[in-house]
Design a binder for this molecule. Structure first.
Ligand SMILES: Cc1ncc(COP(=O)(O)O)c(C=O)c1O
Length: 356
């Protein structure tokens, strides 16, 4: 079976993890956490990095640090992984979905405008499947309205918007390092920010909110969202090859694009002139998506359907029109996207797609 994604691990990962085991530093203290926070924030050109245990809690921590809670509304795209909505719900705030752009499949700024109310406290643009959102109009909307922007960059390490790395543009940028992500720490996440006070607040909240002056003294209910040294050790090794991974994904996308170009009834992934798409998942839209998934499976090729629109999920049922996310969700399929994919494998996958 050709997998949809597999981690790109090697000797360095083994060496650094072994170092943790041999030294006994296996929990959240140890040199790798700092190294990873410093290395990843530098890679994204952001001042501070706060490593956490996964991407979902990264989003929750960002919202909690911004003081978002009951009575507040947070605008999110209707097409995203459920964690974006859940993180908002954990705070007691209401996730308010906005439809997506039909080319980038990311949140549509015009649709955000329709959803703004006095209760709107934050917007979470999601750089879906590796393509950045159009950030300037979103930041403009937020500026002057006291609305914060949290980028959900879980799927877009290394992607760029007008030359800037995603995750460094909003007030906070959140990433996931789950095993299928561009770089992985097994499970893991990080919050990036240029705002020192916000970084401090996130560090405080992720570690139970313990008083700096008095050990084991707490003034508020906080969390244990710490990343372990072992996770961070994997991350440090992965960071050493992130450019190679991103390059391989972009090269594979070019091969897919060249073989699928011009075929009737297949919509290829976009790369807007202001964007560097990292093609976390090389994805296309087709009319017969579910049949195609079965056909690929019969031929030893794994794939995934796109996410369901959030407004269709029972917890988040919302009246309103979401024509673009409805259509993209039904037609969308993620094809094998590992950086290790060989040209011959892509040729085989495309042959199966175009065979009737
Ligand atoms: C868009 C998006 N947001 C958030 C998450 C949550 O990350 P994690 O699985 O590390 O909790 C994911 C990933 O899996 C994701 O794809």
């Amino acid at each position: 079976m050709i997998p949809v994604a597999e981690p790109f691990l090697g000797e360095k990962e083994l060496e650094y993890v072994t170092d943790c085991v041999k030294s006994g530093w296996i929990s959240s203290m140890g040199k790798y956490v700092n190294l990873f926070e410093g290395g990843f924030s530098k890679y994204c050109n952001s001042k501070h990095g706060v490593a956490v245990s996964n991407g979902t809690v990264a989003l929750h921590l960002a919202l909690a640090a911004l003081g978002i809670g009951k009575g507040d509304e947070v605008i999110i795209p209707d097409l995203t992984f459920v964690a974006t909505a859940n993180a908002v719900a954990y705070t007691g705030a209401k996730p308010v979905m906005a439809d997506i752009d039909k080319e980038t499949w990311c949140i549509d700024t015009e649709k955000i405008k329709d959803k703004l109310t006095k209760k709107t406290k934050a917007i979470i643009p999601v750089h879906l499947y590796g393509h950045p959102c159009d950030m300037d109009p979103i930041m403009e909307l937020a500026d002057g309205r006291e609305i914060k922007v949290i980028e959900d960059a879980a799927e877009a390490h290394g992607a760029e918007y007008k030359g800037k790395k995603v995750g460094s543009i909003g007030h906070i940028g959140c990433f996931s390092f789950y095993g299928n992500k561009i770089i992985t720490t097994g499970e893991g996440g990080i919050c990036l920010t240029d705002d020192e006070k916000l970084a401090e607040r996130m560090r405080f909240l992720k570690d139970h909110g313990m008083s700096k002056e008095k050990r084991y003294w707490y003034d508020e209910i906080a969390y244990n969202y710490r990343m372990t040294n072992i996770q961070a050790a994997l991350g440090v090794a992965q960071l050493e090859k992130i450019d190679k991974i991103v390059e391989a994904k972009r090269k594979n996308a070019q091969i897919y694009n060249s073989l699928l170009k011009g075929l009737k009834d297949i919509v290829l992934p976009a790369e807007k002139e202001w964007a560097k798409n990292v093609y976390w998942m090389y994805s296309i839209l087709v009319d017969n998506r579910d049949e195609l998934i079965k056909k690929l499976e019969k031929n030893g090729i794994d794939s995934r359907p796109f996410f369901y629109p959030i407004h269709q999920l029972p917890m988040y049922k919302l009246d309103g029109q979401f024509p673009v996310s409805n259509e993209v969700s039904i037609k969308g399929i993620n094809l094998p996207s590992s950086p290790t994919l060989a040209r011959e494998q892509i040729e085989h996958i495309v042959k199966v797609i175009i065979s009737s």
